[in-house]
Design a binder for this molecule. Sequence first.
Ligand code: GDP
Length: 456
Amino acid sequence: MERISTIAAISSAQASAGISVIRISGSEAIMIADKVFQSKSGKHLSEMKGYTCMLGAAYDCGDRIDECIATVFREPHSYTGENVVELSCHGGVYITARVLRAVYNAGAEAAQAGEFTKRAFLNGKLDLIEAESVMDLISSRSKASLRAALQVKEGALSRRINAVKDNLLDRAAHLNAWADYPEEDIPAVEDNSLREALKTAKTELTDILHDYDNGRVLKDGIDTVIAGKPNVGKSTLMNLLAGYDKSIVTSIAGTTRDIVEESVSLGDIVLNLSDTAGIRETKDEIESIGVNKAKTRAGSAALLLCVFDASSPLSDDDRDIIAMAKDVPAVAILNKSDLPRGLDDSIIRESFNEIVSMSAKFDDSAETLIGAIKRVCAVGDINSASTLIYNERQRTLTQKSVNSISEAIETLHIGLTLDAVTVLIEEAIEYLCELTGESVTDEVIDKVFHQFCVGK
Ligand code: GDP
């Protein structure tokens, strides 16, 4: 049998910080840590129970490196399911690297990207869906995406998938038993009840697939373009949303010539904002490059924030912006509400479902705007969806399973043999097993975990 090595890595961020954590996992973790760590009390880690910690110091070949705390986890009650020791030392990049080197010198091997979580998966601590959600947890940038990743991590999606799979397994078992043991007293397979069961499974998986786009919005953010003619307050709005000055705000028209990008987290949602050059007719060659870029970007946006100057009359450039917003989810912002009103907004009211009057310069918050954005992007609905699928691997396998079930329903419908239906149901089950990681090839496992960072 292949010997499973004991691995180590820095599990905290590689930057100066209050503390850093060096994680060691494997059957020899405690023995290796004992070579590096000397407790103040003189007690050895090997004498300690799981879930306990001790104060002491880390040493490399007799040289004291730093004071640290060692926490012991005994198998199977650890993140990986193996013996684990976590050494928490002061967070300097140099200190952390030295402690890690000492751990390597004592016999640990360098952990590969995602290897701790991979071991947790291989030891049955997590299924593959839950393991993938660990990565989503780490990279969560908004409350809603964190909440959704946590739900998946705690098994909400796996439970839904497993319920479908168990129902299909019952049906497949019955079909097989009936076909293989005709002499036994096994109740006949009823076409109608089988069809109903298959339809229910298909509906449940299709519902899960529907949530995929919502999951992507939570995870990756909404590609948002701030559009408007020059000087309406686009950069000021961007700065209000981003919370600090990023683009140069000036009162000379046409100064934001290129595209400024910023990812901002607004509570439940993340907007990937592009503040573009003011869109207007121009003869200035450089400006017109910016204007064209802005138009292209606006055309591919998932959300347009169309800014108008409420203190001046609607112009032809404004009408261009209104036309651009026709086919894209959009919010109209009537900016400069602090100034006397000069805008007749009747055309805007006809063209936009969501209109927000505000002063990007003087308002302290953008709550009303955020509310309108959530309505336009239907983000409110996302929060209730607790079991989102997040990645392409999960989506493809769920879709393949739905396809097999659809084929099984069709096969039943045209009256082919139940053998053919059984094969298709088993195929649908196989895809679901691959999804949760119950039956999955080593290549797929490696691919999933390689997307992780080292130390997780
Ligand atoms: P952009 O060209 O659309 O990006 O416009 P800027 O954000 O650069 O703003 C142009 C000018 O309008 C600047 O002088 C801003 O201070 C001013 N401005 C922006 N928003 C407001 C607002 O809500 N009220 C007032 N009074 N001025 C604003």
